[in-house]
Ligand binder design. Structure first.
Ligand code: KIV
Length: 265
């Protein structure tokens, strides 16, 4: 996959994207044929246990991008620009985006619409492909006041339309639409020539993204309507751990086959 193929897929093929945060997750996602791997700032929630994505930093995500690249050598990897890695200044944003590319990412993702369009243009001009992200932008949780569905008012729809157009003009290769009313996501998808990747934004988007822990049923404490569990890994893992715990305590593990004997290879 590359930027050209991603753009050309619009209207021909739906794109799959999943978040990954480690070497083995990346390996499995590549093996499964997932089109786009996102090293999301949701790392702060699902890997570090924070309430929101704001604590994610370059120091957290850079080694993750390196690990993901090692696990998925042929995949298109997108690094999420963490909160305050691109807001303070354009030069800081360019430097941090460059660090992600050096670490193995193919592109970066920026949250925001019109307000980040100039930056998206600068980055693409410097050879750093940018994925946009509009609708609910979790890095704005404090100013929004929660995780609400977007596109309910005429004003909000107008702003979303202006944002996707500004991002497209800036040269982004795809745009995430998060928690946008299905019909509004349809309008936004029709508005631009680059693919839209939906999360909680319905079936008309050109592709879909889910967070690893949601998709696989690891995070079962919270299941928003838009999440589908394709496995119940939490149950499977807890069952396996219980069995291991029991077998250690009852001295059933390790048995002969899991031990080294003198004089044997
Ligand atoms: O960080 C993340 O997981 C994301 C997706 C929700 C798109 O940005």
């Amino acid at each position: 996959m590359n930027v050209k193929k991603i753009i050309n897929s619009k209207g021909k093929k739906k794109l799959s994207m999943v978040t990954v945060y480690s070497y083995f997750q990346a390996k499995m996602a590549e093996e499964a044929g997932i089109d786009l791997l996102l090293v999301g700032d949701s790392y702060a929630n699902v890997m570090l246990g924070y309430e929101n994505t704001l604590p994610a930093s370059m120091a957290h995500l850079l080694p993750v991008v390196e690990a993901v690249r090692k696990g998925a050598r042929n995949s298109f990897v997108i690094a999420d620009m963490p909160f305050m890695s691109y807001q303070p200044s354009e030069s800081e944003a360019i430097k941090n985006a460059g660090l992600f590319i050096k670490a193995g990412a193919n592109a970066v993702k920026l949250e925001g619409g019109i307000e980040v369009a100039n930056l998206a243009k600068r980055l693409t001009d410097y050879g750093i492909p940018v994925m946009g992200h509009v609708g609910l932008t979790p890095q704005h949780v404090n100013s929004i006041g929660g995780y609400f569905v977007q596109g309910r008012s005429e004003k909000s729809v107008k702003r979303l339309v202006e944002s996707v157009n500004a991002l497209e003009d800036a040269g982004v290769f795809a745009i995430v639409l998060e928690l946008v009313i299905e019909e509004v996501a349809k309008t936004l998808t029709e508005e631009v020539k680059v693919p839209t990747i939906g999360i909680g934004s319905g079936k008309y988007c050109d592709g879909q993204v889910l967070v690893w822990h949601d998709l696989l049923g690891i995070n079962t404490e919270f299941k928003p309507t838009f999440v589908k569990h394709y496995a119940n890994l939490r149950e499977t893992i807890v069952e396996a751990l219980k069995k291991y715990n029991e077998e250690v305590k009852s001295a059933k593990f390790p048995s002969g086959e899991h031990s080294f004997k003198e004089g044997k290879e």
